[in-house]
Design a protein around this ligand. Structure first.
Ligand code: 2AM
Length: 171
């Protein structure tokens, strides 16, 4: 199973991210992420066996993360995969710490793959050749979070469907 840990936006924020995705697609082309799939990946686990997925689900259900507040105020582009995203202009210490803490737990479960660099972002478009920033609205969003979700990414041909498997406890 292809798994990742993510923050899932509350409905009002999801709606605002979706509105930005619409404007971005009109400007930059590419494939827009469906509203239901919008998220911030904290850790990408890759392929995990069923038994380990069950153990990880238990671990996530028993976890309580510190509540946090992330400011999204910039457009970004990863050229090679053609991703247009929104994120924070400044590094966010709380998200960085959460990422580190989660990877410590994942490594304790024997999972490899901790990246050398973590760039928190919400992917809005895929296969967009470039970011046409002119004419895009300023990004001015606040994301208050207190839970992490373990998500199963199921590939249905062209698009991935994301199915939540487990959610951490609220503090
Ligand atoms: P992306 O949106 O920047 O592509 C599910 O695929 C989530 O995991 C997506 O948010 C995706 O990030 C991320 N992801 C997919 N493959 C990855 C990889 N090899 N390394 C890091 N993150 C990955």
């Amino acid at each position: 199973m292809r798994l990742f840990l993510a923050l899932v936006p509350p409905p009002a924020l999801r709606w605002r991210l979706g509105a930005l995705a619409d404007v971005a697609q009109a400007r930059c082309g590419g494939r827009r992420m469906p509203d239901a799939s919008l998220h911030l990946t904290l850790a990408f686990l890759g392929e995990v066996g069923d038994k380990q997925a069950e153990e990880l689900s238990e671990e996530i259900r028993s976890l309580a993360i510190p509540a946090g507040h992330w400011t999204l105020d910039v457009w970004g582009h990863f050229r090679r995969p053609g991703i247009v995203w929104v994120g924070g202009r400044r590094p966010d210490t709380a998200l960085q710490e959460l990422h580190e803490r989660l990877w410590e737990r994942l490594e304790a479960h024997g999972l490899p793959g901790r990246p050398s660099r973590f760039i928190p972002h919400v992917t809005l478009l895929r296969r967009a050749e470039r970011l046409e920033a002119d004419g895009l609205p300023d990004v001015d969003l606040e994301w208050t979070y207190n839970r992490v979700t373990l998500i199963h990414s199921i590939n249905d041909g062209q698009t991935a469907r994301y199915v939540p498997l487990a959610c951490s406890r609220a503090r």
